[in-house]
Design a protein around this ligand. Structure first.
Ligand SMILES: [Zn+2]
Ligand SMILES: [Zn+2]
Length: 325
């Protein structure tokens, strides 16, 4: 049986990326309890253990030129691959090879250190790496969309404690992103204005759901959040890619994200973030933003219908992030 492919749902306009870990047997399934690599000796992302990862694709060095502070490489257990298994569709069983690239960016050389402890200048360097890696992957043949995301903590799907970011380049635009592109382009056609630019303007005027802002960036608790305590962080200027931002704008964006993560980590709330961007200059109307999803609650039975109930209003989220306790 084939273990890696894009499979289409029988009747929904939804693709599922099947990527089974070959090392796992069905008898291994269950909830894992405390099985994390917590010391730096066995951690593949720690300095000294570089041989445990695939060949390095790039690194940023610090003051000591021999030592890296950020490095990136291909994921050993990628969800997609440069040489995927050949698959073909048969009738209602629609599938495609899972071609793509899956990279890991190690955020820092320090084990157990996350964004709240990283300096602003380090975060700017990291943002620049995000931008370089995404641009590079977007220029590759057949790549339609690049997903840059972070899983922080076991409840957010992180299997390694050493802080890292993942980048997956796909031959398909994820359906949620595709819907967003369409909404943004429809809004532009109708109003001759950027959708996100307008959202930021109107939210600022109302001033009920602005969590934080600085000179060039803003954090908003969205009007209809899909997840409890969900916020997005966006540059105020209309750009569709990270590479269009100036250094001061990258810093403003990272500083606000760090502020959110600091609050979440102080309450031991795991989180994900996903960068939403224009993708390969296909959608200049799109406005770059980072969606931050705290993993406070699990979706229950009702949500399986596709409808979401959220027990925390965005107006309350604002109070949460701003509270000193
Ligand atoms: Zn480590
Ligand atoms: Zn805009």
């Amino acid at each position: 049986m084939l273990k890696q492919s894009f499979r289409k749902h029988y009747f929904l306009n939804k693709w599922v990326l099947i990527s089974e870990n070959r090392n796992k047997r069905p008898s291994d399934f269950g909830v894992e309890v405390e099985k994390k690599v917590s010391n730096s000796r066995s951690c593949p992302f720690c300095p000294g253990n570089e041989k445990m990862t695939t060949a390095e694709l790039g690194r940023i060095v610090g003051r000591n030129k021999d030592a890296w502070i950020i490095r990136w490489f291909s994921n050993k257990f990628g969800a997609v691959s440069k040489s995927p298994e050949k698959v073909s569709s048969k009738g209602i069983f629609t599938q495609e090879p899972s071609f793509g690239y899956h990279y890991i960016i190690v955020d820092t050389n320090k084990h157990g250190v996350s964004w709240p402890s990283l300096s602003s200048s380090h975060l700017v360097k990291l943002m620049k790496v995000y931008s370089t890696v995404v641009d590079d992957l977007q220029s590759k043949k057949n790549i339609k969309y690049v997903v840059l995301f972070k899983n922080h903590g076991p409840n957010a799907g992180a299997s390694l404690t050493h802080e890292h970011t993942q980048v997956v380049a796909l031959t398909k635009i994820p359906d949620l992103i595709d819907q967003e592109f369409k909404s943004f382009s429809d809004y532009y056609k109708k109003n001759k204005k950027g959708f996100m630019c307008d959202i930021i303007k109107k939210e600022k005027k109302l001033n009920e759901r602005i969590v934080f802002e600085n000179k060039t960036a803003v954090v908003v608790a969205p009007f209809a959040p899909l997840y409890s305590l969900e916020v997005f962080v966006a540059p105020k200027r209309h750009v569709s890619e990270l590479s269009e931002l100036r250094e001061d704008e990258l810093k403003d964006l990272a500083v606000l994200m760090r502020k959110i993560f600091t609050k979440l980590e102080s309450r031991n709330i795991d989180y994900n973030f996903v960068m939403h961007h224009g993708s390969n200059r296909k959608s200049k109307k799109f406005h770059l933003y980072f969606d931050i999803i705290p993993r406070l609650n699990k979706h229950a039975g009702f949500e399986m219908s596709g409808f979401v109930i959220n027990s925390i209003s965005p107006e309350t989220s604002v109070k949460f992030y701003r509270s000193r306790k």
